[in-house]
Write a protein that binds this ligand. Structure first.
Ligand code: ATP
Ligand code: MG
Length: 254
């Protein structure tokens, strides 16, 4: 379970408050979605969970399975089983995909990963993701198209087998068919790992039709202002945040 309570975050070099008394609890096996206009702090939230030290936590609590994440480093958070699929995946020159994933797995295990099992799993996962096997030997995300990078992140996820998955705009850059392929893969992963929780950050309900959320939250100015179900995501998409707030005010002022 991920627990976030009254989390207030600024950027070290600036005075700006990005997360403002942000609270959210995600229990094992739940799928939550966060929608919100550009620049409200969705990616910042993900990076703070991953303990990016650029962001300074002024107050609040952040824990996963009872462990305080605020005193952890990024690799320790990853070892606890949290996987962050980045909005803009980075490329790593000189390190191949298979080297990167094998190193990550070796870091986690008590003994080195068996090479035969590793290659078998990589092949199977790449087939399931409809990825070109040659990508295994290319430098991580180097020269990959936008959609290929996102698929490659899902490959890493499938290999690393996390307990908590943060999907930061997985849907941006993926064509409709590829989005369906990765969503099918993630749904299959959930079926096999029922305790796994997912936080989906998105601007569009299409991904939520494929990976069904239990809750949809609307985020504004660094905090959640409203929570609903999948139909709320459709409402946001139809009306837009601005109009939605106006409708809310009209109702309040009746
Ligand atoms: N390292 C940084 N330096 C300066 N400003 C930053 C930094 N990181 C984030 N911000 C600012 O914090 C705010 C929140 O950014 P964030 O990336 O979390 O938004 P977001 O909700 O993910 O938006 P989007 O939907 O466009 O991805 C923005 O105004 C952004 O410019
Ligand atoms: Mg973002």
């Amino acid at each position: 379970m991920l627990t976030i309570k009254d989390l207030t975050v600024t950027i070290k070099e600036e005075e700006k408050v990005i997360l403002d008394d942000f609270s959210l609890t995600i229990k094992d096996g739940e799928v939550h979605a966060i929608m919100g206009p550009n620049g409200v702090g969705k990616t910042t939230l993900s990076k703070v969970i991953m303990r990016d030290k650029k962001y300074e936590v002024i107050k609040g609590e952040l824990s996963f399975d009872g462990e305080n994440l605020l005193d952890k480093k990024t690799d320790e958070v990853s070892r606890l089983g949290i996987y962050y699929l980045m909005q803009d995946p980075i490329s790593i020159e000189g390190v191949t995909n298979s080297e990167c994933i094998r190193t990550a797995l070796n870091e986690r295990m008590m003994e080195p990963v068996n090479l035969y099992t590793f290659i078998k799993e990589m092949n199977q996962n790449m087939e399931e993701l409809k990825m070109d096997k040659k990508m295994m030997h290319r430098f991580v995300n180097q020269g990959f198209s936008g959609g290929e990078k996102k698929k490659n992140e899902v490959l890493q996820l499938k290999m690393l087998k996390p307990k908590f998955i943060l999907l930061d705009e997985l849907d941006s850059g993926l064509d409709v068919d590829s989005l369906k392929v990765v969503a099918d893969n993630i749904n299959q992963y959930r079926k096999e790992n029922k305790d796994t929780s997912i936080l989906i950050i998105t601007h569009y309900s299409r991904i939520l039709d494929l990976i069904k959320p239990d809750y949809v939250h609307q985020m504004v100015n660094g905090k959640i202002v409203k929570t609903g179900s999948l139909s709320f995501a459709k409402e946001i998409e139809k009306s837009g945040y601005f109009r939605l707030n106006e409708i809310g005010e009209e109702k309040d002022g009746e």
